[in-house]
Design a protein around this ligand. Structure first.
Ligand SMILES: Cc1cc2nc3c(=O)[nH]c(=O)nc-3n(C[C@H](O)[C@H](O)[C@H](O)COP(=O)(O)OP(=O)(O)OC[C@H]3O[C@@H](n4cnc5c(N)ncnc54)[C@H](O)[C@@H]3O)c2cc1C
Length: 394
């Protein structure tokens, strides 16, 4: 949607396909980092974005048995000293609404891309469009100068492209659910450390979006047991949850299968893959949306001017997008997989009651410079993009 908006504003004829009827899917990436806030500002959308139901968080903390430990501090970042937590559907609706102001933009909802069309019907030939299915079952043949697959972590178009990927592994899965917020609860997003599990608590106004992080395979075992055991596990991990898990049912719990993988090649003639379709990220640091947005901005910056012209987009131009975006993706995935191996996997294998914070971590967390590291790494990322194509001031 971000790429569609920028290209449309820059004068390129754009068609976006979305298989669902709307963007209303709960438990998605809601963590809009300062890097993305800057892009929103570049596009002249800050006032409209700030009108969305969002929470601003300047501090990230983990609750241990011996108290809260602050490990992330955004307050030193400028001009956005916070993360914005905003429902992804509201953000997407804003982008779609803005793009629809351009006569050269079309968004077809309930239209699912099912495969690629190749030049001369030769599977090795240039990609010249997609096949799609509408809600009525009709099959569409859509020709395009360039197909950008931004169809997420289970990308149909990635599969159709035959491009190989590398699986970097993940030791955990996440079970997402909502819990009511009550007076006296912490006022900010935080994590709760347990032995064998971890709960991420994202502050959403009158409720918590909670994610239980467990070792791979355990989610299935939990789901096979009565919900009462799950409720008891949550209450053991964080006693303040005991009174509010009573109405939680398995139908309220959504599993995120965590995968960390990356395509070796993000393109073939006529086709480019970006976002989760090119690289599924670990949830660590909440970087998924932000990297997907940065891919879109880099694509618009690098290809927008050429797409406005008549000449076909060459493979070398698509390679330039991968060249620009692969390095920051690799660095973040490296940090995520190291954290998964060294911190998360051992914590998920441990047993017993809630742990105290390691003394070294508690000492370091008193240093502002230490608290600023995660916010810079994940909040700003590496090789930050600034929107140059389709830019408008407010
Ligand atoms: C449960 C869960 C929790 C997450 N939590 C976070 C978080 O806290 N922070 C964070 O940054 N990231 C998080 N992520 C990851 C984040 O949602 C993604 O990294 C980000 O949305 C990637 O954007 P994308 O545009 O590449 O793909 P997506 O957001 O997956 O968008 C793909 C879109 O394409 C549509 N689509 C798929 N297939 C087709 C098709 N064949 N035809 C037409 N349309 C199609 C989908 O309906 C969807 O709208 C989470 C992901 C999940 C699943």
């Amino acid at each position: 949607m971000m790429l569609g908006l920028q290209l449309a504003r820059g004068g390129v004829q754009v068609l976006v396909l979305e298989k669902h009827t709307d963007f209303l899917r709960d438990f998605r990436g809601d963590t809009v980092h300062p890097s993305t806030l800057q892009i929103i500002d570049d596009l002249g959308l800050t006032t409209r974005f700030n009108a969305l139901p969002l929470q601003r968080e300047s501090t990230l903390a983990i609750q241990f048995a011996d108290g809260m430990l602050a490990f992330g501090d955004f307050s030193g970042l400028r001009p956005f000293p916070y993360i914005a937590l905003v429902p992804q559907w509201d953000f997407l609706d804003l982008l779609a609404d803005e793009a629809r102001r351009c006569a050269n933009f079309e968004l077809h909802m309930l239209t699912e891309a099912t495969g690629l069309i190749h030049d001369g019907n030769d599977a090795a030939g240039r990609v010249v469009g997609v096949r799609a299915r509408t809600s009525s079952g009709a099959t569409l043949t859509i020709h395009a100068d360039l197909v950008v697959a931004a169809d997420g972590r289970d990308s149909v178009l990635r599969k159709a492209s035959g491009l190989p990927s590398r699986d970097l592994g993940a030791p955990m899965d996440v079970l997402w659910f909502r819990l009511p917020r009550e007076p006296g609860d912490p006022g900010y997003t935080h994590g709760v450390a347990g032995r064998g599990q971890f709960i991420a608590m994202i502050q959403r106004g009158d409720y918590w979006q909670a994610g239980l992080v467990v070792a791979k395979g355990r989610a299935e075992a939990l789901a096979a047991a009565p919900i009462a055991e799950f409720r008891a596990l949550l209450a053991r991990t964080d006693p303040i949850l005991a009174k509010r898990v009573g109405s939680l049912e398995w139908s309220d719990v959504h599993k995120l299968t965590v995968r960390v993988e990356r395509l070796l090649r993000w393109h073939r003639p006529g086709l480019l893959l970006i976002g989760d379709a090119a690289h599924a990220m670990s949830p660590i640091g909440g970087v998924g949306i932000n990297l997907a947005v940065q891919d879109a901005v880099a694509t618009a910056n690098l290809l927008g001017p050429a797409l406005r012209g008549d000449a076909p987009i060459e493979d070398v131009q698509l390679a330039a997008v991968q060249q620009r975006r692969e390095w920051p993706t690799r660095v973040i995935q490296f940090i995520q997989t190291q954290m998964q191996r060294r911190l998360i996997a051992p914590a998920l294998e441990a047993r017993g009651g809630p742990p105290n914070a390691p003394a070294i971590l508690r000492a370091l967390s008193r240093l502002h410079v230490f608290r600023a590291i995660p916010t810079r790494v994940f909040g700003l990322g590496f090789r930050r993009e600034r929107a140059q194509f389709g830019v408008r001031s407010e």
